[in-house]
Design a protein around this ligand. Sequence first.
Ligand code: URA
Length: 200
Amino acid sequence: MTLNDLNNEITVCQRCILCKTATRAVPGEGPDNARIMLIGEGPGFHEDQQGRPFVGAAGQFLDSLLASINIKREEVYITNMVKHRPPTNRDPLPEEISCCRPWLEKQLQMIKPKIIITLGRHSMEMFFPGKSISKIHGTSIKKEGVICLAMYHPAAALHQQSLKQAIQTDMLKVRTLLDNLEREKSVPVKATEQKQLNLF
Ligand code: URA
């Protein structure tokens, strides 16, 4: 199955009531081998109109945050916890999130990102259950070999100066994490392994 096949399945999903009020599904976008996957909450008005994630004001802010660490939007995979817009942009309900979760799990299995960035409370809850965003934003954990970093939602950060500074600082950590991954990749044989090789 390709990412395209998966998107086609998401497009016709009727697992919860959100598909009844949404204009169209917003599966996500980005390369199928993206190293970074960003997970937001759910499509808003503009995303629902265009079928693309993060294309409104929050999306423009997200693009500028990525640009600040020299990453192009086209290099990352962007998706949401729920793939259809909740009416009036309300928070997705727990049952809507759980109905939609298998799609996100398939996307994770197919893309296999090295770094997952959660944007806002809802995606944070999946990777950092029970935590508070004000306490853990900007911190990362490793889960099954994947680095997970929690960040504020760009829409919230856009309108609150203190959160804006926090998200800008937190994004810099992504650069450090990526640089560390690159460094690990470019070391062909670790010093300890070298020693062992010399023994034989
Ligand atoms: N907010 C989100 O959480 N996702 C989008 O795609 C757009 C705005």
